[in-house]
Design a protein around this ligand. Structure first.
Ligand SMILES: [Zn+2]
Length: 245
């Protein structure tokens, strides 16, 4: 398949990040003209971006209406968590099987950054890093298909947290992540699987309680902020490979 145009990639990544980090709330309208203007793209390209986000469960697109940030139902949310628990338990089992001391260094470093972000109350970075921790574990499983499925499920969970819960930063407890690393380090595969299971159960319980009544930000403001961040990242880093969103 041909590599998608960089503009589509920037728009897709900016919108994806803005939705995951809850800068764009569920139900927010995503008019094609505003997005097209922001990313200097035709409506056809905007529709391609929205279709991609719809396939990832992040956007509700309907040819007759303006697309919106998806609003998963409670039943869908429970289904997503159920599958995520099953797959992440398997991912942890695989990580334990191919464990190397360098894995602990990587996970510890993510945890430290998450802790620092939380200490300076940088909620967006903290949400991002909590997700990264789980994505990194999925990658360390060494199973590319499992990683792909988990990437989608973890992304959907961020949206679910935006609909039903408080921000992810208060839902992914750092102590639970560090207990998981400790079990893996000891070579305790069953213990690590059990910790992951109870961690995700706790995330789900915390997420599917409470509500969040922050007032919505203007779409144009959020998009320009995220577009600038994505572009800056793309110019400082080598291009992402096809299996990384
Ligand atoms: Zn977590």
């Amino acid at each position: 398949m041909a590599r998608p145009s960089p503009r589509i990639e920037v728009a897709h990544e900016a919108l994806r990040q803005a939705i995951i980090e809850q800068a764009l709330k569920p139900g927010t309208k995503l008019p094609e003209d505003v997005i097209g203007e922001q990313f200097a793209m035709s409506r056809t390209l905007v529709r391609a971006v929205l279709a991609k986000l719809e396939a990832e469960g992040l956007v509700d697109a309907n040819p007759k209406r303006t697309a919106t940030v998806a609003q998963p139902t409670l039943a869908e949310a429970r289904d997503v968590f159920e599958v995520r628990r099953a797959l992440e338990a398997e991912a942890v089992r695989l990580v334990a099987k191919r464990w190397q001391p360098s894995f602990a260094d990587e996970l510890d470093s993510l945890l430290r950054q998450e802790d620092e972000a939380r200490a300076r109350q940088d909620e967006r970075v903290s949400i991002h890093l909590a997700g990264e921790f789980h994505l990194r574990l999925a990658q360390l499983s060494g199973n590319a298909l499992l990683e792909r499925y988990l990437r989608e499920l973890i992304t959907r969970c961020s949206l679910i947290l935006a609909v039903f819960g408080r921000p992810h930063s208060s839902d992914c407890a750092i102590e639970e992540h560090s207990a998981l690393i400790a079990a893996l380090r000891k070579g305790d595969a069953d213990g690590a699987v059990a910790i992951m299971h109870s961690h995700l159960g706790a995330v789900e319980r915390r997420a599917l309680l409470g509500g969040d009544d922050e007032k919505p930000a203007a779409l144009g403001d959020v998009l320009s902020r995220y577009a600038a961040a994505v572009t800056a990242r793309q110019t400082t880093k080598p291009p992402r490979t096809a299996n990384q969103p």
